[in-house]
Design a protein around this ligand. Structure first.
Ligand SMILES: [Cu+2]
Length: 155
């Protein structure tokens, strides 16, 4: 019977919540969010076109629209995902591609095939699964100069 006392005092391994019986905040979020700080995006993205952002942590797959509505932008520009998430770049207009600017060592963001100015057809999708945590920055070759850039924080 001695073990009963041990169990009663031993809450889960997620720190921070004391006396967690009853759960006064049961709003679907699994209380153990350890990454409260936003990503530190590189200055390379300071002149990115648009400021859309999405926190897709907890999802296994997420879509980034490339040139939606004829814009010279990615949507979302700023994206947060968990390690192992598949990113689907959907080319919604012509004359774009995806090229890596910077990524962590071992990062697998290879970008679309061809050189800087080889573009992807409208309607195609470039998919990549990012396992290595860190900050990724990428751009569209033909439109880098006008700020067609984006960032992904793999956490
Ligand atoms: Cu472009």
């Amino acid at each position: 019977m001695a073990t009963a006392g041990v169990l009663a005092g031993c809450s889960t391994e997620t720190s921070g919540s004391d006396g967690g019986d009853g759960g006064d905040d049961g709003d679907g979020s699994d209380g153990g969010d350890e990454t409260a700080a936003p990503p530190e995006w590189p200055s390379y993205l300071d002149d990115a076109m648009g400021d859309t952002s999405q926190d897709a942590r907890g999802q296994s797959e997420v879509t980034v629209a490339v040139g939606p509505d004829g814009s010279l932008a990615f949507d979302p520009v700023y994206l947060r995902v968990d390690s192992g998430t598949t990113i689907n770049f959907e080319f919604e207009s012509a004359s774009h591609n995806v090229k890596p600017e910077s990524q962590p060592d071992g990062g697998s963001l290879d970008g679309t095939e061809g050189g800087e100015l080889d573009v992807v057809d409208q309607g195609e999708t470039y998919s990549v699964t990012l396992e290595t945590t860190g900050i990724y920055a990428y751009y569209c070759g033909p439109h880098e100069g006008t700020g067609m850039k984006g960032g992904i924080s793999v956490e």
